[in-house]
Write a protein that binds this ligand. Structure first.
Ligand SMILES: Nc1ncnc2c1ncn2[C@@H]1O[C@H](COP(=O)(O)O)[C@@H](OP(=O)(O)O)[C@H]1O
Ligand SMILES: [Mg+2]
Ligand SMILES: [Mg+2]
Ligand SMILES: [Mg+2]
Length: 352
């Protein structure tokens, strides 16, 4: 199975949702409500989720969807719901045929709320399940730093397709990046990248602003001959990944270069295109279960770019356990040839 249509729709859906997130950022309509886990959730998250689920429903009506957000808080907050609808209703791709392929514009505020709630699948190891993070790195988004619109397709527990839009990453693979690159500039000719991968077919990227698959080029991790020369990509939020443990692992590996810090699955994308080599997400809270939407698309993009993605024990991420990666702890992504060495260092530091 080639999954070419799935990749095509996923890319267009992510591209369209990214137009919304940029609009939300630049209109400063960054209203937030608090979810149970106290993470900020914005107009952009809800709106992007509605637009992407609409595209999946239109093209693959029988598939299940595991998405991060749900509309219950919006149903209670009429003003926020109206504001999201105001921003979402006119979002479209320039190309009319592509836009129609995604189902055209949403028809009403009520249908928008209903569509948002179609992402409540319990997930699992059977059938076709899309994992959607409408804005990953919400804190980066709010800061004007890195964030990502992420969509993966899991079939019988295995990730087959991934697409990630990173509106604030530089188009140039070699450009210097930090947590705030892209802030205030937004999606421009030099900013905004769309990454995708299909199992067995490699990973590709193209500018997010310009149309078609034809603009895509293959990407790959850079060769690392000496692990001491490698560069870490790490999160910004100390609550999401244990920065002291990360530093101890770097020390054991002889790595002296400062880590590149960025929010969201932009970390997976960065190492997949050679703008960094190793992504460590060592657990802060012992009982935290990573969410499948935080990793599905990034996992396949890195593996198709020549990397390996595992948990802290060296086991592949298991997307068949439901909405979370219940069988895994943390994430370690590295060039295939160096994965075992990095895991050894992680085990030493974490005393596993
Ligand atoms: N205690 C925790 N440990 C690890 N990840 C966490 C966490 N609490 C929240 N997260 C997740 O971390 C994601 C952001 O990752 P990063 O720090 O790499 O940018 C969040 O995604 P959202 O921003 O989509 O909510 C959220 O799902
Ligand atoms: Mg969140
Ligand atoms: Mg996320
Ligand atoms: Mg999110």
């Amino acid at each position: 199975m080639s999954y070419s249509q799935e990749r095509y729709i996923a890319e267009l859906a992510v591209q369209r949702a990214s137009i919304l997130t940029q609009k939300v950022f630049f209109e400063k309509a960054k209203g937030t409500v608090s979810k149970d886990d106290k993470s900020p959730v914005t107009i952009g998250d809800f709106g992007a989720q509605a637009l992407i689920i609409q595209a999946i429903r239109k093209n693959f009506p029988n598939d299940e969807i595991v998405a991060e957000e749900e509309a219950s808080s919006l149903r209670e907050d009429k003003d926020l719901s109206a504001e999201i609808w105001r921003l979402v209703k006119d979002i479209k791709l320039d190309d009319e045929a592509s836009n129609n392929l995604l189902g055209g514009s949403l028809t009403s505020e009520q249908s928008m709320l209903d569509i948002i709630d179609e992402g409540k699948s319990a997930g699992g190891g059977q059938g076709r399940i899309w994992a959607l993070d409408p804005i990953d790195g919400t804190k980066g988004f709010l800061r004007g730093g890195q964030y990502a619109v992420c969509l993966g397709l899991i079939v019988d527990g295995d990730v087959k397709v991934g697409a990630i839009g990173t509106p604030n990453l530089p188009v140039d693979d070699a450009a210097t990046i930090d947590a705030n690159t892209g802030a205030q500039q937004g999606q421009t000719a030099t900013n905004g990248v769309l990454f995708s991968a299909v199992l067995g077919e490699g990973a590709i990227s193209r500018p997010l602003t310009t149309g078609t698959l034809a603009a895509s080029k293959p990407i790959s991790m850079r060769p690392v001959s000496d692990i001491a020369q490698a560069v870490f990509c790490e999160g910004v939020e100390a609550a999401h990944s244990a920065q002291g443990d990360n530093a101890a692992v770097a020390g054991l590996l002889g790595i002296t270069a400062p880590s590149v810090r960025l929010d969201s699955q932009a970390k997976y994308c960065s190492i997949a295109r050679g703008a960094g080599d190793i992504y460590l997400r060592l657990p802060v809270k012992k009982d935290y279960q990573e969410k499948i939407w935080d990793h599905a698309a990034g996992d396949i993009i890195v593996r198709e770019a020549g990397g390996q993605v595992t948990d802290i024990y060296g086991s592949r991420l298991d997307f068949s356990k439901g909405r979370t990666l219940a069988a895994n702890k943390g994430v370690v992504a590295a060039p295939k040839a160096h994965q075992a060495q990095v895991i050894d260092a992680v085990k030493t530091v974490l005393k596993l």
